[in-house]
Write a protein that binds this ligand. Sequence first.
Ligand code: ATP
Length: 325
Amino acid sequence: MSKLTFPILQRLADGQFHSGEALAQHFNVSRATIFNALAHAQSLGITLFSVRGRGYKLPHPVVLLDHAQVLQSIGEQREWFHVVILDEVASTNTYLMQQAAKGAAHVTCVAAHMQTQGKGRRGRTWVSQLGASLTFSLLWRFQCGASALSGLSLAVGVALIRTFHQLGLTEVQLKWPNDVLVNGKKLAGILIELQGDMEGPSAAVIGVGINLNLPKHVLNSIDQPATDVASLRDTPISPSEMLGLALKHISDCLQQFEQQGFLGLRDEWLRHHAYQHQAVRMLMPNGVETQGTVKGIAEDGILLVETAFGLQRFSAGEISLRSAS
Ligand code: ATP
């Protein structure tokens, strides 16, 4: 890892060529140091063009996170948040879980320009790219125990719906328990990890990944239908603005969740439910598949499905839901 890699990438963010000599002069280092710092960027999977006589260039201009803009976008509640922007991290969730165990403050947010080993549920992978994805985690400390947090990922889903609505993306829907879809394609995912006692107090690390403008070949490489914000609207959204809005809405929803549980957010969740009254397949971790029709969501976030065995209740973590059509 080179301390210069991300400062150099900031200069390349305009998508123009920058000569090795000009970069070396700017940072007051040798051209070999610039070369090595950018070799590190390439080892992270960042595509860079290097042309003899012209220098280095990113394939497209990119907009990176900016601390001041994130705080501005949070609005009035900004002083409450501790926002940390990392250049590079394996997983914002794993990092923040470690920080939480060491006593990190309530409402700490860690976002990363580059997440190299993003996680989904049960060891799955979350794909992201420099300047093309928003990946962050938020630490929220609860007085109650982990046993009372069953509807938490649904509460966060409502917060993301509000965020997308505020940005004019009104066609977003929720897939139980933790995804945001548009026309059946995944736009954003939520991954929640818990610490603490079942009876309390407890801490949740709420990870969110949002696709902003992933290159087509990356979207197509994901093993289920996926989409990004750029495919849905003409004008780009700055990642800092989106992060600030998401943090504001997540904190609003979590305060409501603390007072009323998921029940207070259930109607809003159901208004955006992708599979309400629809035929679905439920995949169990052991590979067994069941079919049924979704009836709704219980007060505690449990999925209610009418199957051949009657009305069944499924909790998050037990199954993966898929459309039957
Ligand atoms: P579940 O219904 O169990 O939540 P899921 O397949 O949506 O199932 P998650 O753990 O929520 O699983 O998310 C990880 C999965 O999401 C990956 O296995 C992959 O299929 C998909 N995925 C990975 N990266 C992205 C991305 N950037 N955009 C959309 N989908 C992605």
